[in-house]
Design a protein around this ligand. Structure first.
Ligand code: PLP
Length: 371
């Protein structure tokens, strides 16, 4: 008999409570015909500032656009080097390359799986101009050290908080440590849209204004007929903004649910001897996903699938080994490479049932030779 499916993320369940309200908003927007950068965008930008405790926010088409535009707004020069990690979604490296800069990959630490701050000095050259920090899996990087290092060497900091919405380091919300931060509202994110979406947050008027121009064809807004710089179009549509306005109100509460779930998973991992990711004592994770590190990842994934349990890999091929980056191949990213072979993200989302969690770990226990 086929067991009930355990999805990796059950978006139907996660989004169910917003459906009636959202469909009413769709009706309103449809009748008003204000589809682009109107009231719902402005309300969302205000909500983001309030929740993330920043001065400025700009809603955009995607997290990838946010990264590209954030770098544009810093005014970097061709050939500038940006220190970043290879164990992440490829958009961060793309944003660097599309700004004619060079990604310089720094390995990660093996306890927290974040940028290894102790390796930054080794990678520093005269051309280094910025550090792009991705707080991956919801887990904050060591921002006190990274900020000190950046200050000493006059480097910009760009934070990628796509996976770490409302995570904290030393009680400060990530995204507020650097010069500019980028987030994604990809549907599975802690605040996921019903399509693509992203945002920039920052505390600098100058960077905010520059980003606003880039995202709107080089003009300030619809009324501004002068295209001041070469820009492009990356605006959030009102249908996404309306949905996100509903969902963002639950971010804190949902992160609390994720934290409680993570504690259950942590206990299970520790009792079965499964290697898991740790959160720094000064940090509070947003628990975007729950990855474990096992010896025979692909075999375990297959066994889980046989039992109708769906896991995912974050990430299977590190950026420096992707075809698009084959020229930047490096030998000193050993932890990144090892992790990519052994990491597996288990089903994890607000609303997953205790019974389902039990079943996931029962199947893992049955296959303990793979862990
Ligand atoms: C860490 C990280 N950065 C950037 C992005 C890109 O965001 P988007 O998919 O909205 O373009 C993602 C993924 O969605 C991500 O996980």
């Amino acid at each position: 008999m086929t067991k009930n499916k355990i999805k990796f993320v059950d978006l139907g369940l996660v989004n169910r409570k917003y459906k009636t309200k959202y469909f009413n908003l769709i009706n309103k927007i449809y009748d008003n015909s204000s589809f682009i950068k109107s009231n719902y965008n402005h309300i969302l930008e205000k909500q983001i500032c309030k929740i993330f405790k920043c001065k400025y926010s700009l809603c955009l088409n995607s997290g990838t656009d946010a990264l590209i535009i954030a770098l544009k707004s810093l005014g970097l020069k061709n050939g500038d080097e940006i220190l970043t990690t290879s164990n992440t979604w490829i958009s961060s490296a793309y944003a660097i390359s599309l700004n004619n800069c060079k990604p310089v990959f720094v390995d990660i630490n093996d306890k927290y799986l974040q940028m290894d701050e102790n390796l930054l000095k080794k990678k520093l050259t005269k051309r280094t101009k910025a550090i792009m920090v991705t707080h991956l899996y919801g887990n904050p990087s060591k921002m006190d050290y990274i900020c000190k290092f950046a200050k000493k060497h006059k480097l910009f900091i760009i934070e990628d908080i796509a996976q770490s919405q409302l995570a904290r380091f030393k009680n400060k919300i990530v995204g507020n440590f650097g010069d500019i931060a980028c987030m994604s509202f990809y549907p599975s994110k802690n605040i996921g849209a019903v399509g693509d979406g992203g945002a920039i947050i920052c505390n600098s008027k100058k960077f905010f204004q520059k980003a606003t121009l880039f995202a709107n064809y080089g003009s300030v807004n619809f009324k501004d007929k002068d295209h001041k710089i070469v820009g492009f179009n990356s605006r959030m549509d009102e249908l996404q903004a309306a949905f996100l306005n509903l969902k963002i109100k639950d971010l804190k509460k949902n992160n609390g649910v994720r934290k409680k779930l993570a504690k259950i998973y942590d206990k299970k991992c520790d009792s079965l001897g499964i290697r898991r990711i740790h959160v720094m004592p000064q940090a509070e994770s947003a628990y975007y996903v729950y990855p474990i590190i096992v010896k025979k990842r692909d075999l375990l994934m297959k066994e889980l699938k046989k039992e109708n349990i769906y896991s995912q890999i974050h990430y299977e091929i590190p950026i420096h080994l992707q075809t698009a980056y084959k020229k930047t191949k490096r030998k000193d990213l050993k932890i990144t490479e090892n992790i990519s072979k052994n990491i597996l993200s288990l089903p994890f989302y607000p609303g997953i049932k205790k019974k389902q969690i039990e079943r996931i770990f029962e199947v893992i226990q049955k296959n303990k030779f793979f862990i």
